[in-house]
Design a protein around this ligand. Structure first.
Ligand SMILES: [Zn+2]
Length: 438
């Protein structure tokens, strides 16, 4: 029902290999004394692998930080499958009322780095039979080892569960993750855990969310995710306020506070609160195959939902890549790309028509009634249609043709009424070598 650790990485390698044009694997290794840890990072860039991620939306998504939460890495595998073939997610997006190209366009400008299983040593201990283990290979909780309010202890502090280590960043796992985040500078950090159903944002170490509009916008995103992907069941808000305890030295607080990751989350994707305290497997992981598949599918899908909800958040950069048709329209209109992106098709059509009608070149030519204006008008039309690019021709070619015919009609009419008559009159007059006064 669950993949073993070896099977998880076997499948990860296979998916990366099958999609090598836009996925790659980078193992990061660090050794401290005789303790060595490797964090395998999968980079997924649906627009094609590149070295420069500065212009893209950057998501860092972490799985398997606690050994006993097997379900977390199942989500990682499903997410990789969905990113390899996102057609079904595009359909879901359309059902939610988004234009068909929107998610595909977003994916083209996104790079996701995901860690299928951060804590491999902890996982090995679980697979050896200690089903309650959450810490790393030398007894430190990787999610308490970060240097943000590190080492503070609550009254119910239990070192068996959450030993924070001898000093901040004493553990290779936490150090590797910090370095990865520093280099990648993600806009979004998602740490996928299990034990309950919750969507947490900072802070974990105090029972409140940060002040300001950006944090409120983040909270609204979580509320929508709760509706779409959690059936409204998830606890939403500050980890410290909602989880039932304060947690110190967590990755999510550090990412937000020290590394400036604006949208920093811990998602708790499954929990069985009725499970006896000692039955860790049941407490943290679904027991039925169908439920495993459903949870994995739902939370893999939630990453796409999140992606859809990001534009408009004050900390998320404006979109730079648009659907080719809309990009053409934006150029023709000389207006803000995102404004055009958000307009319905018929509004863009109306704006383009208006633009063409108001074309100063054509107006001037018509007023001057220059004898060359047929050629000028035609080349102006060509220039405009080039500006309007695919959009005009693909979607409004018909309209443009009618407009062109009307223009030519007007031109021809004025030609005959004025210039042509003058020319024809001249033709009737016998040619002379010079103009002779009467
Ligand atoms: Zn956990």
């Amino acid at each position: 029902m669950y993949h073993t650790m070896d099977q998880v990485f076997g499948e990860v390698d296979r998916i990366v290999e099958d999609n090598s044009g836009f996925m790659k694997m980078t193992p990061l290794t660090l050794t401290d004394n005789d303790y060595s840890a490797t964090v395998k990072v999968v980079t997924i860039e649906p627009g094609g692998l590149s070295d420069d991620h500065s212009g893209k939306l950057r998501l860092l998504v972490n799985f398997g930080e606690h050994g006993r939460e097997l379900i977390s890495s199942e989500v990682a595998l499903m997410l990789m499958h969905y990113l390899a073939e996102p057609a079904m997610e595009v359909e879901k997006s359309v059902l939610r009322g988004h234009p068909r190209h929107r998610l595909a366009t977003l994916l083209q400008q996104t790079v996701i780095k995901l860690i299928p299983m951060e804590n491999v040593h902890g996982r090995a201990i679980v697979e050896a039979g200690s089903l309650c283990e959450r810490k790393n290979g030398r007894g430190v909780d990787p999610n308490r080892n970060w240097d943000l309010h590190w080492g503070h202890k609550e009254k119910d502090y239990d070192p068996m569960e959450e030993y924070e280590g001898p000093k901040p960043f004493s553990e290779p796992e936490a150090m590797l993750m910090r370095q990865l985040a520093k280099d990648f500078q993600p806009h979004v950090w998602v740490n996928v855990h299990s034990g309950m159903e919750a969507l947490f944002m900072p802070y974990d170490h105090v029972a409140k969310i940060p002040d300001g509009e950006a944090a409120q916008a983040t909270l609204r995103i979580l509320e929508q995710l709760n509706t779409i992907n959690c059936g409204g069941r998830c606890a939403v808000g500050s980890g410290g306020k909602s989880v039932g305890y304060l947690a110190h030295g967590t990755a999510t607080d550090y990412m937000y506070d020290k590394l400036g990751v604006p949208l920093s989350f811990t998602w708790e994707i499954y929990g069985d609160e009725k499970a006896p305290y000692t039955d860790c497997f049941r407490m943290f992981n679904p027991l039925q195959k169908k439920q495993v598949d459903d949870v994995a599918a739902n939370w893999a899908s939630a990453i796409f939902t999140l992606l859809e909800l990001l534009p408009g958040h004050p900390a998320i950069p404006k979109l730079k890549v648009l659907h080719p048709a809309r990009r053409g329209a934006a150029e023709a209109l000389g207006s803000d790309a995102e404004e055009v992106y958000n307009l319905p098709g018929e509004k863009i059509a109306a704006k383009l028509t208006q633009k063409i009608e108001q074309s100063s070149t054509l107006t001037a030519l018509m007023e001057n009634r220059d004898t060359d204006f047929i050629g000028d008008a035609l080349s102006s039309t060509a220039a405009l249609s080039q500006l309007g690019a695919q959009y005009v021709w693909q979607h409004f070619g018909f309209l443009l043709c009618i407009l062109a015919v009307v223009m030519v009609g007007l031109i021809v009419r004025s030609f005959y009424h004025h210039q042509a008559l003058w020319v024809l009159k001249r033709l009737k007059v016998p040619r002379r070598s010079r103009v002779i006064p009467l």
